[in-house]
Design a protein around this ligand. Structure first.
Ligand code: ATP
Ligand code: MG
Length: 306
């Protein structure tokens, strides 16, 4: 017997069955199939089908934290989710909220949540969350961010999940965040975006090369030579090769954008990651995946953060 959630009313029977939106393509993001699937399950599906999730009593995460190295595509993911969910996107950096005037930052947080609820479906994206909500042990009590964090926590606590407002955050250094943010009912789902592997670098290169007048490009070889490159580095590599080609093209050298331009761009663009960064992120990943205790050594840090 076919599984039915509840008896349909006459009105419902006449309606065409609504297709579940499983068609999220993330076309402008190369690779990362596992991350895309995790995002689809944790964010997109509950956002598109809140009543189904409510009826089946599936608990959706309240806040989702995207984390990983600088230039890995966290902001790109957040924007793409908003585009694909056709949601209003509130891109919040600490400078948008922080004010030196007493009480202003707290009021801005309140207004933000109010506005996002009014314009739902919407996504509030706290970019570089560590600068907005650093670990309180690392700042003084007079630091305005202490009371700002309290407001943020209380807004998140009072917030109803599955109300078509999704809270996203991004950070390069999750161990610098205040641990209270990572407790259940706040940013209770963490999605790690790792540095791209060779197959993923190939997909990212294809996206950035798309539409360029290329000839005889060996993408396999480029992916091989770009170990430790992030998505942003790969974009820069393609951009550098294309810029050099354009310079010659306007000087009347009418030749296609060939491998030679990419070879010389490879001498100019260096990867932002270092092997020790990979170890650092793997260490953090192990920690966050194995334990829910966010209080870990914060003396470790990547070689740079963006
Ligand atoms: N998987 C990807 N596919 C295609 N392009 C990518 C990918 N990842 C990164 N990029 C390119 O790199 C650019 C920078 O990425 P983005 O700003 O999202 O990184 P980030 O993780 O938010 O970095 P930061 O931590 O410095 O804010 C994107 O605009 C995009 O052009
Ligand atoms: Mg970013």
């Amino acid at each position: 017997m076919a599984f039915r959630l509840k008896k349909k009313t006459r009105k419902e029977t006449k309606q065409k069955p609504r297709k579940l939106a499983l068609d999220f393509s993330f076309q402008n993001i190369g690779g990362y199939d596992t991350v895309k699937e995790e995002i689809r399950d944790a964010i997109v599906m509950p956002m598109r089908h809140p009543s189904l999730y409510k009826r089946l009593k599936i608990r959706a995460p309240k806040g989702i934290l995207l984390w990983g190295a600088p230039g890995i595509g966290k902001t790109l993911f957040a924007r793409t989710i908003a585009d694909e969910c056709k949601a209003t996107f509130y891109h919040i950096r600490s400078s948008d909220i922080m004010s030196e005037w007493f009480g202003v930052s707290e009021r801005r947080v309140k207004q933000l949540f109010y506005k996002a609820t009014k314009t739902r479906p919407s996504i509030i994206f706290f970019d570089e969350l560590e600068s907005l909500a650093p670990n309180r042990q690392a700042i003084t009590i007079e630091d305005a961010r202490t009371s700002l964090l309290s407001s943020l926590l209380s807004e998140m606590d009072g917030f109803v999940p599955l109300s078509q407002v999704t809270i996203l955050g991004s950070t390069n250094i999750p161990n610098r965040l205040d641990p209270a943010l990572l407790r259940p009912g706040r940013f209770d789902k963490m999605i790690y975006i790792p540095p791209p592997n060779k197959a993923e670098r190939k997909e990212i290169l294809k996206i950035h090369i798309n539409g360029k007048p290329i000839d005889q490009i060996n993408i396999e070889q480029l992916a091989q030579k770009t170990n430790l490159f992030t998505g942003a580095d790969l974009e820069l590599l393609v951009n550098t090769a294309t810029t050099n080609w354009v310079k010659k093209f306007v000087k009347n050298k009418k030749e296609p954008l060939s491998m030679e331009y990419f070879e010389s761009a490879l001498k100019m663009v260096r990867p932002s990651l270092k092997p020790e960064d990979l170890r650092y992120y793997e260490y953090l990943r192990n920690h966050f995946e194995r334990s829910s205790n966010p209080n870990i050594r914060d003396d470790l840090s990547p070689t740079y953060y963006g």
